[in-house]
Design a protein around this ligand. Sequence first.
Ligand code: FES
Length: 102
Amino acid sequence: MFEIACAASDLQDGQARWCSVRGEEVAVYRVDGEYFASEDRCSHGSTSLSDGELDGHEIECPLHHGSFDIRTGVPVALPCIKAIRVFPIRIENGNVLVSLDS
Ligand code: FES
């Protein structure tokens, strides 16, 4: 089931944003007009990834500077070694919709 995370216009290219979907903290990203979503918690600690720096398709955690590929959730820089969840996304009626179920 897809649920509204935020308005598509809430994000500019190269930005990350925190959203709450069904009580779960989700990070939504926009890169070159395309949207992506992941869980907002770094797998190395409990830091909010949406507070990190987005560089292309990589989000850098603000605490210890590990990073993840936002398309797959795979860690791409230490100290992160455990993947984060990524979520399917749709844009409908100007909103970013995320599915937490898959
Ligand atoms: S909490 Fe994210 S890299 Fe350590």
